[in-house]
Ligand binder design. Structure first.
Ligand code: G3P
Length: 217
């Protein structure tokens, strides 16, 4: 499973990139607003730092303007994935932009039917939001499993990009189901390394090493 980092914070991306955990980046208008930076400028900086796909989202809602914005975003760098919302206009824009050879990430997916339409529109990525489904007492992981089954039934190449991930457990759950990609905030990716027994075991090893005077260099 590929790891994308869901942020427009360049320092956080750099830190995870140095650890080797960044296969790509996803942003959205809320994350760009949080960064306080110009969308074109910050997205360019991210694209220069990361080799994999960097999703940048349009803010238009009608087809013609989505195309205009999508083309402008795609000019930033070859690794841009234009992010469009899962609306009929967004699906039409997906088809056009995919036909031009651009990567397209269809976002705000909350049902298997929506994911089926995105695949038929030639999406490179479909982004089901699992945390937001869990927030309203629906089952986000069940949606990932349903999309996996549908895509596998017909050999769709659209990659399932599990989004709105809220916990480290979501990451392993998505991997078990077979999501192609999971995008998560930096803190969630770093939290995957935590285990209380690791901390306890390390403390014991270090105490024994000190008692025995073990020195390596
Ligand atoms: O980038 C889209 C998605 O990951 C947003 O997550 O936590 O705002 O539901 P969240």
């Amino acid at each position: 499973m590929k790891f994308f980092v869901d942020t427009a914070d360049v320092d956080a991306i750099r830190e995870l990139n140095d650890l080797g955990f960044v296969d790509g980046v996803t942003t959205n208008p809320s994350l760009i607003a949080k960064s306080g930076r110009d969308i074109l400028e910050v997205t360019k900086e991210i694209c220069e730092m990361v080799e994999g796909p960097v999703s940048a989202e349009v803010v238009a809602t009608d087809y013609a303007q989505m195309i205009e914005e999508g083309r402008k975003l795609a000019e930033i760098a070859p690794n841009i994935a234009v992010k469009v919302p899962l609306t009929l206009d967004g699906l039409r824009a997906c088809k056009t932009l995919s036909g031009e050879g651009k990567m397209v990430n269809v976002t705000l997916c909350f049902s298997a039917n929506q994911a089926l339409l995105a695949a038929k529109a030639g999406a490179t990525f479909i982004s089901p939001f699992i945390g937001r489904l869990d927030d309203i007492n629906l089952d986000g992981l069940e949606l990932i499993a349903d999309i996996r089954q549908i895509y596998d039934n017909y050999g769709f190449e659209t990659q399932i990009l599990a989004a709105s991930i809220r916990s480290a457990n979501h990451m392993s759950d998505c991997a078990k189901i077979g999501a192609d990609v999971a995008t998560a905030p930096p803190a969630v990716i770093k939290a995957m390394a935590n285990h209380v027994l690791t901390d306890k075991g390390l403390a014991a090893f270090l105490a024994d090493a000190e008692k025995a005077g073990i020195k390596i260099v």
